[in-house]
Design a protein around this ligand. Structure first.
Ligand code: CO8
Length: 266
């Protein structure tokens, strides 16, 4: 285990799971609220993951019981000037955009509260796995601010305009089950089992062709921001990048030989 900061820890799973990396939020005194130190920790950790070509899938988890992340650090915020807040929010925004733009898939593992910036971090991930005790919400309007780290954009892209507006205007907190029913979370499992569920999904991803996974993520994320014709062209470009890979031939060979493929990412 390597420490990126006091409150953010990076761990690589052992043996056959070594393509799976876990980012653990660990700031129990503030329910994983993102203070400046944690924000720096997140930046360094995700930069390290981005440079690590052996990382195939990332899980963002919490080491603190009953909470994923309580959002921005409201105690630190109270002491900040408006320009310090502005700088902090800029860093938060760019960190979440960096997470969203990582080439490999990301999974947020949500047990307990994911509120404000905490939910916005989860929204920057590709998948969200909830425990039944999960509480998700954007409480910002209740604090007389708006979700300023992607919430007004990423939430409606996921659940649609109307449902996102209701959640943001009312600042309502919803359960893991309700999050699944509106398409905010991928699945909801009994409390305490979200981590195991996410590992299962990460393993499924980890055994697929890594270049294919990266190209699929790129085609989906970039394609959905384009008109359909351009997006289909992008899909074609992404496909072309897979054509000359060793892994594609390995996939065909494994099928013919009725065995599991062994992909190397080449
Ligand atoms: N910041 C700082 N400290 C916090 C935070 C927080 N966000 N959340 C909890 N804490 C602290 C509490 O103050 C408490 O400290 P102390 O022991 O000194 O009193 C300690 O953590 C434990 O908290 P609780 O006793 O409340 O623990 P519970 O288990 O009862 O509840 C909750 C946990 C549900 C997480 C609850 O603490 C809570 O609702 N917290 C506030 C969540 C919130 O409103 N977050 C949204 C913040 S706004 C935001 O994230 C905006 C980001 C985008 C920026 C854009 C700005 C323009």
């Amino acid at each position: 285990e390597s420490a990126s900061s006091e409150s953010v820890k990076l761990r690589r799973l052992p043996d056959s799971d070594s393509g799976i990396v876990e980012v653990n939020l660990d700031r129990p005194v503030a329910k994983n609220a993102i203070g400046s130190d944690m924000l720096r920790g997140l930046q360094h950790t995700f930069e390290a993951i981005d440079k690590d070509s052996s990382a195939k899938v990332v899980m963002i988890c919490s080491s603190v019981p009953k909470v994923f992340c309580a959002g921005a650090d409201l105690k630190e915020r109270k002491k900040m000037t408006a320009s310090e807040v502005q700088f902090y929010v800029q860093c938060l925004r760019s960190t979440f955009s960096f997470i969203e733009a990582l080439q490999i898939p990301t999974i947020a593992v949500i047990e307990g509260a994911a509120l404000g910036g905490g939910l916005e971090m989860a929204l920057s991930c590709d998948l969200r796995v909830c425990g039944e005790d999960a509480i998700l919400g954007l409480p910002e309007t209740g604090l007389a601010i708006i979700p300023g780290a992607g919430g007004t954009q990423r939430l409606p892209r996921l659940v649609g305009k109307s449902v996102a507006k209701e959640l943001i205007f009312t600042a309502r907190r919803i359960s893991g089950r309700d999050a699944v029913s509106i398409g905010l979370a991928n699945c909801c499992v009994p409390a305490g089992e979200a981590h195991a569920k996410a590992i299962g999904i990460a393993r499924e991803i980890n055994e697929k062709g890594p270049i294919a996974i990266r190209m699929a993520k790129r085609a989906i994320n970039e394609g959905l921001e384009m008109d359909k014709e351009s997006a289909l062209e992008l899909e074609g470009d992404c496909y072309a990048q897979i054509l000359n890979t060793k892994d594609r031939l390995e996939g065909l060979a494994a099928f013919a030989e009725k065995r599991k493929p062994r992909y190397t990412g080449e």
